[in-house]
Ligand binder design. Structure first.
Ligand code: PLP
Length: 496
């Protein structure tokens, strides 16, 4: 045999070590200089060409591909790590989380289960989550890719547990009663995707109206459930929100819990980011009743600041999760000893078989900094939202468009008192785009009762109070400029 047999390990490990060290150095430079970088910059047109090559048959080598990353990819993210990014609900990641992901990928264990230390790490992390969310002994769960998946798995368990027949065996094609579920009209879009994928159909997902505080109207919920029962339908589940995407509203979770107990319904909470309010004693009352849910889904890659992706589903009775997904296959047989001892215990609770070692970044960050540090950052984000609301209320050129119960602020520029919502909608959309395109800040938007709102969500451990002040100044200055331009354009159009 002559020469080296092919492998993807480097031919020269020392040379690779040099490249790997540069990668770490470059990323640390990138992270430590974030505040001096623009919050976002549009990818230049030339990038389209860089990314339209045919599949590479011959390799260019590690060095060149890394240079392409530095030049064409690293400078053009969507901005979510930046201290002045307030858009949607996007996490930022921690430097330790970045390194933990590298360690996890380097170790690359198969997280279906198995007799291995990484599985013990995930189990320990899940026990911490049970404890921190106030769930009882016997509760359990799973780490997932995101809140959408965690919510969907929770809804699958709810469906299987409350359908009244064996959904796993019979599916929904046996002519049984129509199964319905209830969620406020402010609920995130995952609920429709999940209802569709679970075979319930989006029509089964009944939107419950909200009050002026954007919280579910419980009297309307009760009336809808009663009405649906008279139709011969079978209500199975109510989804409560801990922190809605639009305004940060939290439903009356204790009230929904009581209603579900009385009606024999499964109570699931979408706590994607809001459930984390429970980690700080001052904020805990906002999500009172969360610990009474049958299941709760929340992200660790939003308000626990960890790198994408990692979320968690907890169920009150861990067995219901296994009952929904466990399957027996000969090639996955469990032995008393050896590598397969302990079984495929995560795969048996999930739609996924091969899973990555997401638990490591959770475990390392919580152990390194302590839950208290995360709770304090969460509280500070709420303080930043309250501060922004205060500055908006004090500034005559700005108008707040919704209450601020948690960490989201919706407002708009509106100065002079003249003009219909149409005009202010155009002005504020332009203000938003200019803020983003100038790299000054990245809020996102929503529409509240026909009004275009600039929407800021605080889930960033890098944001400072001074950033909040700069944001207000930028919105006012940009608003003045845009309103004057649009006014002038209108005047000249009228003059023609
Ligand atoms: C982000 C979010 C989701 C979806 O979670 P992903 O991690 O993006 O899949 C669901 N509900 C709410 C309230 C959210 O903020």
């Amino acid at each position: 045999m002559s020469g080296r047999e092919p492998t993807l390990d480097p031919a020269d490990w020392e040379e690779f070590r040099g490249l790997a060290r540069r990668m770490v150095d470059d990323m640390i430079d990138h992270l430590s200089s974030l505040p001096e970088q623009p919050a976002w910059q549009p990818p230049p047109e030339r990038l389209r060409d860089s990314f339209s090559e045919p599949a590479p048959v011959e390799g260019v080598g590690e060095e060149r591909v890394y240079r392409a990353f530095l030049q064409d990819i690293l400078p053009y993210p969507n901005g979510n790590l930046h201290p002045r990014f307030y858009g949607w609900v996007q996490g930022n990641g921690t430097p330790l989380g970045m390194m933990a992901d590298m360690l996890a990928a380097g170790m690359n264990p198969h997280m279906a289960g198995f007799n291995q230390a990484p599985a013990l790490v995930e189990e320990e992390v899940l026990r911490w989550m049970v404890e921190l969310m106030g769930f009882p002994a016997g509760a359990g769960g799973l780490l997932t890719g995101g809140g959408s998946v965690a919510n969907m798995i929770g809804l699958a368990v709810a469906r299987n547990d409350r359908a009244g027949f064996d959904v796993r065996a019979e599916g929904l094609q046996g002519g049984g009663p129509r199964l319905t579920l209830y969620a406020s009209s402010e609920t995130h879009g995952w609920v429709f995707k999940a209802a569709e994928l679970l075979g319930l159909g989006r029509g089964a997902c009944r939107p419950v109206p909200v009050g002026g505080d954007y919280r579910m109207d419980l009297a309307a919920l009760a009336a809808m459930v009663a009405e649906d029962r008279t139709q011969g339908w079978r209500p199975i589940c109510v989804v409560g929100n801990a922190g809605t995407v639009n305004t940060g509203a939290t439903d009356d979770l204790a009230g929904i819990a009581r209603f579900c107990r009385d009606e024999g319904l499964w109570f699931h909470v979408d706590g994607a980011y809001g459930a984390l309010a429970r980690w700080h004693p001052e904020l805990r009352p906002i999500v009172a009743g969360l610990d009474e849910a049958d299941s709760v889904a929340f992200d660790l890659h939003k308000w626990v600041y960890l790198p994408f992706t990692v979320a968690c589903l907890l169920v009150r009775d861990d067995r219901t999760l296994g009952d929904s997904f466990a399957s027996k296959a000969h090639y996955l047989a469990t032995m008393e000893r050896g590598v397969s001892a302990g079984g495929m215990r995560f795969a048996d609770k999930s739609i996924e078989l091969t899973r990555e070692f997401k638990a490591l970044k959770v475990w390392m960050n919580l152990k390194a900094y302590g839950v208290g540090a995360f709770a304090e950052l969460i509280r500070r984000n709420v303080e930043q939202a309250r501060y922004l609301a205060e500055l908006v209320d004090r500034e005559p050129a700005l108008e707040r468009l919704a209450p601020v119960p948690l960490n989201i602020v919706c407002f708009r520029y509106r100065s002079g008192g003249e003009g219909q919502d149409d005009r202010w909608n155009r002005v504020n959309e332009e203000v938003l785009l200019r803020l983003q395109e100038s790299g000054a800040a990245v809020p996102s938007s929503t529409n509240l009762g026909g009004r275009f709102a600039i929407r800021c969500c605080f889930v960033n451990h890098r944001t400072r109070m001074a950033d909040v002040e700069r944001l207000v100044e930028a919105v006012v200055a940009t608003g003045e400029a845009v309103a004057a331009e649009l006014g002038a354009r209108r005047a000249s159009a009228a003059g023609n």
